[in-house]
Design a protein around this ligand. Sequence first.
Ligand code: ATP
Ligand code: MG
Length: 310
Amino acid sequence: MTDKHSHDDSSLNPFPIKKLDDLISPFLVPPGQRISLAKDYDPAYKAHYLKKSEAESELQKGIEALAKYQDMLYAQDTYALLIIFQAMDAAGKDSTIKHVMSGINPQGCQVHSFKVPAGEELDHDYLWRCSRALPERGEIGIFNRSNYEEILVTRVHPEILEQRQIPPNLIDKHIWQRRYEEINNFEKYLTSNGTIILKFFLNVSKEEQRKRFLERIELPEKNWKFSVNDARERTFWPDYMVAYEEMFNHTSTEWAPWYVIPADHKWFTRLVVAGIIYAQLKALNLNYPKVSEAKHQELLQAKEMLESQK
Ligand code: ATP
Ligand code: MG
């Protein structure tokens, strides 16, 4: 009884990588600095790991370590964690979410996939549908794509904006700058209210994407994942890279940083994403709620009662 009364850190598994900060820090987009996506971030990077098997047991233990922290996040019911994934097609968003969250209690976690907006979504401002899907305190919310599409796909295909019901005088050359500021302010507001935000860009190379598309065509069980439009969209690759780079340079902030994660080796992507989430949760100094002395006495009474009952 008494040892449960106050929380003891020894029940937490550590992440199985000693210098976790050294592994994850190269992927942070430093707020306030301009980065070059092509020069500063290599999609094929895999640190000192030579092959998948070397990282696998670390990932498994890392997932277990994450699960413990999620349990505390949920019990403490104070912070919400929002994790945003953005990427080109076939970069591995779905499988990263599936693997990294595999140890997580579904009760405290929700995944939202944002597709082309439709119906009611189009009748609102562009942050509306995302704000409705935000995680509650104690929860982890995962956005598979997000409001960032509004400065990515819409920037690459500006005709999308014209098809929306936005007042035409609001579509001018400053719209992207305004949207960066709107998103930064929105995220600032959320973090000032207890939502922690992590943003991951899974950085796959154009060649690796081509291989994965071909695999989706060749393997019948992967056919459903491919649409001809994916191959068409690929021809806009350079435009997307510009849009992403601009996005990093304007929206990686102290309060909601972007991480550019190498994504040509899926196992490495998963290890790094798990490591960053773990480091973030650890930094929150989470605790199981401590019960008051009065409540503690009540528990002792209930214990006595149960022990004397048949
Ligand atoms: P996969 O990587 O498996 O293809 P996905 O996330 O691309 O998964 P899809 O159903 O293929 O899922 O695509 C969702 C599509 O919705 C993307 O092409 C994306 O650009 C588009 N989309 C999402 N949000 C918006 C938005 N706000 N405006 C316009 N298009 C959007
Ligand atoms: Mg797609």
